[in-house]
Design a protein around this ligand. Structure first.
Ligand code: ZN
Length: 498
């Protein structure tokens, strides 16, 4: 009988300060496929997962999917939702037993009401269920809080290397290979975790971070090493394990894993002034865009990135575009399901008054009352986000009409809270991104993969809005402030954590 690897997905990125809890609808709107649906929770027809099946078969293994659940970044997951999802995954695992290996796609920054380390708790429960001899591998988002509990209860922890996360499913396949190697006794992973004493957001597209990613890739290929990667941490997760950390995995030699983890953690700390960037203000970003002589300037509205748990309906940029009278400009996605419905009812070409955004939280600013023309409608608008399709739900494209009905900026209104991923977000509603002088996208970095090819310049704006771009302005209560740069200028790496 072929060996069996059980595969499940469970995760979300929790912003402790977000006003929107990760309740059931957030999971349903993002990814919730379960055994009880009467179909396989995952299958090889899903383009991004197909390599897992191919790989398993090449090794003579079968892949048995269980619960597939992911929630777009939001606030705390309510306790009953977390307990239900966790127990469902464990029940799926029990139904698949005897599993010979367990492959989990988690996030690493999930917080539930009453649990600050959901992944650590889940891995402990899985270990308890399968016993010490079945290898457990988990893939984490690089925006994770790597904890000693996760390291203790898993055999292999892999993370994405790239931000934007263009390598998510490549890394999942690499992890599956290492997991089967472990189950077959070809490798004997030994993990070590070291602290870098840094907090912030670190896109991997600028040269210094791109070089660091290469450095980790090279370290992973060093003799005797299985993998080495960098957990960036997630600044809006207010947890005791906040911060950048290095996870090194050696083959059979714990000392070697510890040496690599320590060395690379201090290298990262030494680069802190180079790799930490703080986004500009909205006004400064708009001034810089106006000074750009030609092409399409893309401004990331990072402060309202739903991918970091922000509401997604802030109006600060829209207000500023109107105040400046900008016309060859487009903005999106602005989360406003009510406005989408009104546009759908009115129909394509309709002109009407509309109240846009500013509805979910004080951090969203005030609603903006405008006259618009409906220029595009879609029942289900798809874009690409992190190498996978992502659904913006029913959407409407509107052109704001300025004084005297002069055409102003175009706005993409979405009925799902999701960040900008690719230009289809505009083209799907008849808005040509390359024809704009300015595109404002609500995203921190994931937009980069899709929009860089058409941008003459990319700018990042960090305020105003829900996600303060500078971690020194985040009102932490549980994070170790004194141990993290730049919160404390004297902070230094604390060395090995496991
Ligand atoms: Zn991430």
């Amino acid at each position: 009988m072929p060996k069996q690897v059980f595969f499940a997905t469970l995760g979300t990125e929790t912003n402790s300060f977000s006003p929107i809890p990760a309740g059931w609808n957030v999971w349903r709107d993002t990814l919730l496929r379960r055994r009880s649906d009467g179909r396989a929770p995952a299958d090889r027809n899903q383009h991004h997962l197909a390599p897992l099946w191919t790989l398993s078969e090449q090794r003579g293994w079968t892949l048995t999917p269980g619960l597939q659940a992911f929630a777009a970044p939001s606030g705390i997951t309510p306790a009953p939702v977390w307990a239900s999802l966790r127990d469902e995954l464990l029940a799926d695992l029990a139904a698949a037993e005897p599993a010979d290996a367990v492959l989990l796609h988690l996030h690493g920054a999930m917080i539930a009401d009453g649990c600050v380390d959901c992944e650590g708790q889940l891995l402990a429960a899985v270990r308890n269920q399968v016993g010490p001899n079945v290898p457990i591998g988990a893939l984490l988002d690089l925006h994770c809080h790597l904890t000693p509990a996760m390291v203790e209860h898993a055999d292999l922890l892999f993370g994405y290397r790239e931000y934007p996360h263009v390598d998510t499913f490549t890394r999942l396949a690499e992890l599956l290979t290492a997991l089967i190697d472990t189950a077959q006794g070809r490798i004997h992973p030994r993990m070590a975790l070291a602290d870098c004493a840094l907090v912030g957001m670190f896109p991997t597209t600028p040269p210094a971070m791109a070089a660091l990613v290469d450095r980790f890739r090279a370290a992973s290929r060093a003799p005797g090493m299985v993998d080495v990667w960098l957990g960036h941490g997630f600044p809006w997760g207010d947890v005791p394990d906040l911060g950048m950390r290095v996870l090194a995995i050696a083959d059979g030699d714990s000392g070697q894993a510890r040496r690599w983890a320590l060395d690379l953690a201090s290298e990262c700390f030494d680069l802190r002034e180079t790799i930490a960037g703080f986004p500009a203000t909205l006004e400064a970003a708009l001034d810089a865009a106006a000074a750009e002589p030609h092409g399409t300037v893309v401004i990331a509205d990072t402060a309202d990135n739903t991918g970091g748990g922000a509401p997604g309906d802030s109006t600060f940029f829209l207000r500023a575009l109107l105040d400046r009278g900008l016309d060859a400009a487009a903005l999106g996605p602005l989360y406003d399901p009510g406005a989408v419905r009104i546009c759908q009812d009115a129909g394509l070409g309709a002109r009407l008054s509309l109240r846009l955004g500013g509805k979910l939280a004080p951090e969203s600013g005030s609603p903006v009352d405008v006259r618009v023309e409906v220029i595009g409608l879609a029942d289900r608008l798809l874009q690409t986000l992190n190498a996978a399709p992502a659904n913006l739900g029913a959407c409407a494209g509107v052109r704001v009409l300025l004084d005297g009905d002069r055409p102003g900026p175009a706005v993409v209104l979405a009925s799902r809270r999701i960040q900008a991923g690719s230009p289809e977000l505009f083209t799907g509603l008849g808005i040509e991104p390359g024809a704009q002088r300015l595109l404002v996208v609500k995203s921190t970095q994931h937009f980069h993969a899709g929009f860089a090819p058409l941008a003459s310049r990319i700018l990042y704006a960090g305020e105003p809005g829900a996600l303060a771009g500078d971690p020194r302005r985040i009102p932490y209560r549980h994070a170790p402030r004194a141990a993290l740069w730049p919160l404390a200028s004297a902070a230094r790496p604390r060395g090995l954590l496991t």
